[in-house]
Design a protein around this ligand. Structure first.
Ligand code: ZN
Ligand code: MN
Length: 490
């Protein structure tokens, strides 16, 4: 059997006020349009003799990300220089982390089909600086450089190869984006380059160990493997899924030839063709000549500085900033009786959760509030107070649910529900005497339907209720209408 193995390497730009090692303004990519090379200084442009100073807030946000991914937070971390020569990297090295990242050995649980779940292990979460950007004007014959992005704090998250399908890879990325948005560490907009993903995929031929008559704990034994293919240049969740699907198919079809090649190959996703093509040979870790960054002191977590050279951070301060995460929110909403679809729709946005929670705690019925927010597309456009007032009017019987839905568009524009009801005379008809008069008239006008109902066709009642609604422009109290109709037709 051929089995797919995928691991992801994700870079996320942090939304701190300043850059990673200098005081320049940090600006997540694509948020505003700006002139090139305006947010720069000697530090982020790599002038000789400048000293980097680590941004503590960026470190805290990295550790928050690690905690959200159930990682261990080591007592001591440091930065390292990662060397490579590229025009957008003015220092010719990137300050990154090598053997002592801020977080390691974590996991993320994803819900998959048939209410099963799958654990994706996290290898590490580390912090580094982003490079500048090369700009290639069309037919210009030269290249421009924009250093605004130089020194942007970048969190790198590396998973273990626990992902077994392109769909799961996409699901993992979406969950990760949701988590960092809840943490408020990044907007993580993939189309804008705030979240970037490289994927490693390989194919293994496995044999069921039972057939090998071996009593092992692992049910499968790998007997042949393809090289690991690293895919780059994917700029959307859809692109990640498509690129992995394409590569999965290619590895499967060409497995017999590929199984004899070893090592790692890098390929680029070409969106318009829907294919991947070979890129430069991937550098091995040793090519980067990592060594400790001598200009940035070690970071100590809950540990005292010994020789006067280090920065202390208290883990409890970071833990205190941790919000309720999507996973916990899902459980909370499931307990309220919402189904999976409803839960996901609300959990998808932190602002939806806040709003939903407020309306619920003021007495709103979960299913009804979900219905108005999502199915009726009210979102969070109506003030909490106004929505609660409307739900109360419905509960008291002053307006019907149908009327409530009909006034939503105006409520979304900011109009108070009481004012709309007053102006349009939409109060529900709950006066028994008045309603009885109208119902008697409807009965007289529809002798055929009445006969049907009396001969046992219970659906006929629905038609009569509909006629009453028509007569009252939807204002008749439905429960009361039903009751009176049944009584009169006895
Ligand atoms: Zn700077
Ligand atoms: Mn990196």
């Amino acid at each position: 059997m051929l089995k797919t193995t995928i691991g992801l390497e994700i870079h996320i730009q942090l939304n701190t006020k300043s850059k990673m090692f200098c005081g320049c303004l940090n600006q997540p990519e694509g948020r505003i349009k700006e002139e090139p090379n305006i947010r720069v200084c000697p530090v982020c442009m790599g002038f000789p003799g400048t000293l980097p100073v680590a941004n503590i807030e960026a470190i805290k946000k990295t550790i928050m990300t690690g905690l959200a991914l159930n990682c261990e937070i080591p007592k001591e971390s440091k930065f390292d220089r990662k060397h490579y020569f590229y025009p957008d990297l003015p220092k010719n090295f990137q300050i990154s982390q090598y053997d002592q990242p801020f977080a390691r050995r974590g996991w993320l649980k994803l819900k998959i089909k048939n209410s099963k779940s799958k654990i994706i292990r996290i290898n590490r979460v580390h912090l580094e600086e982003d490079a500048g950007k090369l700009v290639h004007p069309k037919n210009a014959g030269y290249t421009l450089i924009d250093m605004n992005r130089c020194g942007t704090p970048l969190v790198e998250i590396v998973t273990e190869p626990d992902i077994d399908s392109p769909e799961l890879a996409k699901q993992f990325l979406k969950e990760l984006r949701l988590i960092v948005r809840y943490l408020d560490v990044s907007d993580a907009d993939m189309e804008k380059g705030q979240l970037r993903c490289d994927a490693n995929i390989s194919m293994q031929r496995t044999v069921d160990s039972k057939r090998l008559k071996a009593k092992r704990r692992k049910p499968e034994v790998v007997i042949e493997t393809s090289p690991i293919i690293e895919i780059k240049n994917m700029n959307s969740f859809r692109a990640v899924e498509r690129a992995l699907k394409y590569e999965e198919g290619r590895l499967r079809n060409e497995f017999e030839e590929l199984k004899n090649q070893s090592g790692k190959q890098t390929r680029a996703w070409v969106e318009r063709e829907g294919t991947t093509r070979p890129m430069r040979k991937k550098e091995e870790a040793s090519d980067y000549r990592y060594f400790p960054e001598p200009d940035v002191p070690s970071i100590l977590i809950d540990k005292k500085v010994q020789d006067g050279y280090g920065t202390e951070i208290k883990l409890i301060d970071i833990q205190a900033r941790m919000p309720v995460l999507p996973q916990a929110k899902r459980k909370e909403y499931e307990r309220l009786g919402l189904n999976d679809k409803a839960v996901e729709a609300i959990v998808a946005k932190k602002t939806y959760c806040h709003y939903f929670d407020e309306v619920i705690s003021a007495g709103g019925e979960p299913q009804k509030v979900y219905d108005l927010m999502i199915n009726e597309k009210a979102g969070i456009k109506i003030s909490v107070k106004n929505l609660i007032a409307a739900l109360k009017l419905e509960k008291e019987g002053t307006i019907s649910h149908k009327i409530l839905k009909s006034v939503l568009p105006e409520m979304m524009k900011g109009k108070k529900v009481e004012d709309i009801i007053q102006e349009k005379g939409l109060k529900q008809l709950s006066n028994e005497g008045e309603l009885k008069k109208i119902i008697k008239r409807v009965i007289q006008q529809n002798p055929g339907t009445v006969k049907d109902y009396k001969s046992g066709k219970s659906v006929a009642l629905g038609f009569l209720v509909g006629q009453v609604m028509k007569e009252t422009k939807g204002q008749a109290n439905p429960q009361l209408t039903n009751k009176i109709l049944k009584d009169l037709l006895k």
